[in-house]
Structure formats: structure tokens, C-alpha cells
Design a protein around this ligand. Structure first.
Ligand SMILES: [Zn+2]
Length: 218
């Protein structure tokens, strides 16, 4: 499986940009949310715990190995590090993870409702409905094990009573998915006020389902 694109420095810069862009576009609020990416040497760069994104610099990022040993950085990695490391350890075809509490996604997560794949783009870029992983306590290994199970054939999963997790080949990919899923959650929520959501024809879904698998390299 192809490793991450770019040098270690380029990946760290992209991760920082994605974290700050997520704040600018209201995908995250305050210091919530956390971001990670695999580096060319197989270690993982993560955002630090409870630090303002506006003033975060490359020196604030933390590098860990897949067993969560800190290798670089003076800060503590995000308290959700297990979540990120479990996803990256389980799937060698994905190289970036975003976890956030995006508003509309979290509304679905609180009501344990999957976001239905009623829009073609979602089939192509997410791989189907966005499922709901079972509730586990925040920051726990149990949460990491539970959530990581769901992103084997899907780019996004809701975390029950908590929020959203997305994966991608790069931090920008994972951000694109998070924005797509959040917009879709808002559209589905609004469409339900208007009436019943009509599913995509099966023939369309069958035609499009292989595209995500191909993008993912499955
Ligand atoms: Zn969270």
C-alpha cells in the first residue's frame, strides 16, 4: 500500500493548516476536535491537547509512534490519541484522521441515526451511509477500538453521543470528507422537515459503490 505523500515537514504543515481551516469554517469550536497524519517513517503527527488553533505552530505538534510513545514535541498529544492511532494502525491505506463535534453530525450522533447516503457524492467519497459507532467513554481505548472498526470501507463514522470521525489519504482529504458529511447532515436534517427522503436508485448506488473502493485502493 502506498505510503503518505510528501515530506514529514509538508505533512505537518498541511495538518496544521487543516486544523486552523477547521476552526475558520466552524467545523470545530474553541480547542475541540483533533487531527493526525501518518509521516513517511510510519510515525504519526498529532495536534496537542487543549491548545488554541489560531496561535498553534508546527512546534506545538506532537509526534508519536503507533504505540503512543511521544517521540517529538514538548506538549501532550490530544486526549483522543488512541482514536487516531487505532485507525492508522488498522488501515495502512489511510494516512490522516480528523475527529470533531461538527454541529449537524453531532445531532445525528446524539439520536444514534446514521446519515443516509441519498446524494451521489456521498456514495463516491464516503462509500455509503455514515454509520453510528456504539458509545464508549471519551479518550478510552474501548472508544478507539469501537470507532476504528467502522472505517474499513467508509471514510466517515458518527460516534454515538459524541461527534464525527473521518479518514483520508491526506489531512486535506479528511477535511474534505468532514465538510461533505457535515453539509450532508444539514441537508438531510432540513429535507426531513420538508418530507420523506427518497433513496437513490439501487442501480445508481451499485454503479457508484466501486468508485470509493477504487479511490481507497481496496
Ligand atoms: Zn470528541
Amino acid at each position: 500500500m502506498a505510503g503518505p505523500k510528501g515530506t514529514s515537514e509538508e505533512i505537518k504543515q498541511q495538518l496544521l493548516w487543516v486544523a486552523q481551516e477547521s476552526l475558520r469554517t466552524n467545523l470545530v469550536h474553541g480547542t475541540a476536535g483533533n487531527f493526525s497524519a501518518r509521516l513517511p517513517d510510519g510515525n504519526v503527527v498529532l495536534t496537542p491537547s487543549s491548545l488554541a488553533y489560531e496561535t498553534m505552530t508546527l512546534d506545538d505538534l506532537v509526534v508519536c509512534d503507533l504505540d503512543a510513545n511521544v517521540l517529538e514535541g514538548t506538549r501532550h498529544p490530544t486526549t483522543e490519541k488512541a482514536l487516531h492511532l487505532a485507525c492508522l494502525a488498522a488501515y495502512d491505506d489511510i494516512h490522516a484522521v480528523i475527529h470533531c463535534h461538527a454541529k449537524f453530525c453531532t445531532m445525528f450522533a446524539l439520536t444514534h441515526q446514521p446519515i443516509p447516503c441519498a446524494i451521489e457524492e456521498v456514495e463516491v467519497f464516503v462509500g455509503g451511509d455514515v454509520p453510528v459507532a456504539n458509545y464508549q467513554f471519551t479518550g478510552s481505548q474501548e472508544l478507539a477500538d469501537e470507532v476504528s472498526k467502522w472505517v474499513g470501507d467508509r471514510a466517515a463514522v458518527l460516534m454515538a453521543n459524541h461527534g464525527l470521525l473521518t479518514v483520508g489519504k491526506t489531512p486535506k482529504d479528511a477535511l474534505k470528507i468532514a465538510n461533505l458529511v457535515e453539509l450532508t447532515a444539514e441537508i438531510i436534517w432540513g429535507a426531513r422537515q420538508l418530507g420523506e427522503i427518497q433513496p437513490l436508485p439501487d442501480s445508481t448506488r451499485e454503479k457508484m459503490a466501486p468508485i470509493y473502493k477504487m479511490l481507497r485502493g481496496m
